[in-house]
Write a protein of this length. Structure first.
Length: 216
């Protein structure tokens, strides 16, 4: 397996702050910089497409990609959340915090489902159980990590009694990437599937993501 790194932006170069420059200018500097790399380098320049967003999005979904990222070409770089770039997902995906787990019917040391949620005003809101998307090695690895985060009480503000009955509670530190079809009326992720852990995402930053309206 060969890992390839796609660079899509450049914030500093030789002590110069590039963040105030428009995105297209920063990318021109980046492209020029990477042009000097030897042939076959694992570092690649990430090209972009101007216009045709709806058609580009549909094509990305046909290729079974996660989605697309749209950015304002004239925007300077700004840290934190904002509207200068948008992520449009082909399927509903959401980072959710793991607050507990339930064992499998095959044994107490095997993972049956994760109990997940999101933050709202500093409170962890329960969003349901995730019981699919795991292979055997992943289930065992997850149980090992979760056992290190054990706690006595639920970190969620409220959990339905049937879901809480056999739950093992954990400190809400791990973040999972979950794919699902939609949100239910009572705030649960419908047909959720585990896609992996997000080691780069602080648990406290996980909130409900509202999809932006788009022309399909």
């Amino acid at each position: 397996m060969v890992l390839v790194y796609y660079a899509f932006d450049l914030l500093h170069l030789d002590g110069r702050d590039l963040m105030p420059l428009p995105l297209v200018q920063r990318k021109k500097v980046l492209e020029s910089l990477l042009a000097h790399l030897p042939k076959g380098s694992p570092v690649r320049y990430s090209e972009h497409v101007v216009g045709g967003g709806p058609a580009f999005f549909r094509h990305a979904c046909k290729l079974r990609l996660e989605g697309i990222v749209s950015k304002l070409a004239a925007s300077p770089y700004r840290c934190g959340r904002g509207r200068v770039w948008l992520k449009t997902k082909c399927t509903a995906r959401q980072e959710l915090v793991i607050g507990g787990w339930s064992p499998s019917i095959t044994g107490p040391r095997d993972l049956g489902a994760l109990l997940v949620g999101y933050y709202d005003g500093g409170t962890l809101i329960y969003a349901g159980k995730v019981g699919t998307g795991f292979d055997t090695p992943t289930r065992r690895q997850m149980v090992a990590r979760l056992q290190q985060l054990r706690r006595e009480r639920s970190p969620f503000v409220e959990v339905p009694r049937p879901d809480a009955r056999d739950a093992r509670w954990v400190e809400p530190k791990l973040v999972a990437e979950i794919e699902f079809t939609t949100w239910t009326r009572d705030g649960r992720a419908r047909h959720p599937s585990f896609k992996g852990l997000r080691e780069d995402k602080p648990a406290k930053s996980v909130i409900v993501e509202t999809p932006a309206a788009r022309d399909r």
